[in-house]
Design a protein around this ligand. Sequence first.
Ligand code: NAD
Length: 496
Amino acid sequence: MSNQETPSVLLTIFGATGDLASRKLFPSLYNLYQKGHLSKNFACVGVARRNLTQEEFRQRVQDSIGEDAEALQPFLDRFSYHSHDVADRSSYKALKQITDELDDRYHIGGNRIFYLAMAPEFFGTIAEHLKQDGLKSSDGFNRLVIEKPFGHNLPSAKELNDHIRESFNEEEIYRIDHYLGKEMVQNIEVIRFANALFEPLWNNRHISNIQITLAEELGVEERGGYYEKSGAIRDMVQNHILQMVSLLAMEPPIRLTTDEIRSEKVKALRALRSLRTEEVRDSFVRGQYDAGEIRANAVPAYRDEDHVDTDSNTETFVAGKLTIDNFRWAGVPFYIRTGKRMQAKSTKIVVQFKDIPMNLYAEQGETLNPNLLIIHIQPDEGITLHLNAKKSGESLETTPVKLNAANTAPTGINTPEAYEKLLFDCMRGDATNFTHWDEVALSWQFVDKISSVWEAEKESFPNYKAGTPGPVVADELLERDGFHWWDIESLELKDC
Ligand code: NAD
């Protein structure tokens, strides 16, 4: 993040007593404040249904940050609370009065951000009231930040978008995909466009396949009700995974501006081959976790989780092969997989380069490992390049080695949280790392085809044990093409 200070701004958080606000938003705002990024003319109004006094609310903000009151006081002074039912029109009149007063008191000049940290069914109504009841300011900027999920298929996303667009124009809407705030996801562009080494190789002449894994150890926790209607394909593929695919596949933008980058990402998503029913069956597989063990603790099957149907057909795992129909990527499969209750939490991208034309070491009975570029997104952050080198000693034997750049201490510790970066970007009006409606629509269009085939065909679930790498069908998907998943954690390579 640059050292810039944000412009003056009044931030209204709808859902300010919720989990997202306390776990992510308040600590991120505090980090921005501590680093001197937050404008002196900043104020925040928390809005939620519960009746709280100003003191009780500030206490919650303090608890979520975990610092002592004295150190926090100047920061906490900027926070106000308004008990508000988002469906009740009279609430907005009172909220308008509060925001106007705060605007004057903190010399904000009309700059407003409305952050909807609430269930999606309220997004349209809130946006409508913000305009109708005069909360949008006519002096400064107005920005609406929207959390996921943005609809549950293309028609519902379109309906929601149309509703919001009656009150906010596209430039004012900041759709959050918190993966786009992650350090190493932002690093994809830098790795590609700031290195003479990679860009010439970044195509179907030199890359054999790309693998994206987004594995979670957690199960559905208390989100069973939501997850039953979503499943892994809507919860992870439609947004985070397709965003990573678009960053890996896009053409170099002519400039690093929001519009230029978005336009290249949209083109990449447009080139994604949409699937016919038969192709869905061939190139996508799903799984659901059974009871098992995670770090030696017994965990229940998905069907035994709270708010989950005992006969549920919802997938907690997806693997698939994506094809991008353009000159750069024709013939290069992009394999993706994501799942809950996997053996380890890990998000990473593996770029596998093609084998060299001829193995001069074959006569010595050696097979050469392919070169791999690995982008570790979480929990580790860094880049690893797998090469072949000479084994030390007299013979000419080869050995795989890796060049490793890990974002561990001291810089790694200070890696800003995704929400911190996204809040900072939004305050400065940089929408690059938020999703444009065109990206949302194209992603739903792709995913809807898969969901509709899966909803019509029941799968034999559960088909993988919790604490494992997922169902065997996911391995078979790659084996058919002569590849396998690179489980990097299990590769014993020497650091260079
Ligand atoms: P939550 O259930 O913990 O909080 C919901 C908030 O909305 C509470 O403050 C509640 O008081 C308020 N609320 C509910 N009904 C209201 C009404 N009628 N009027 C006024 N306020 C009302 O939810 P959450 O986990 O904080 O999630 C909020 C949004 O963020 C959701 O869209 C969710 O999908 C998304 N999200 C959350 C996380 C996370 O880590 N929690 C991560 C990604 C996305």
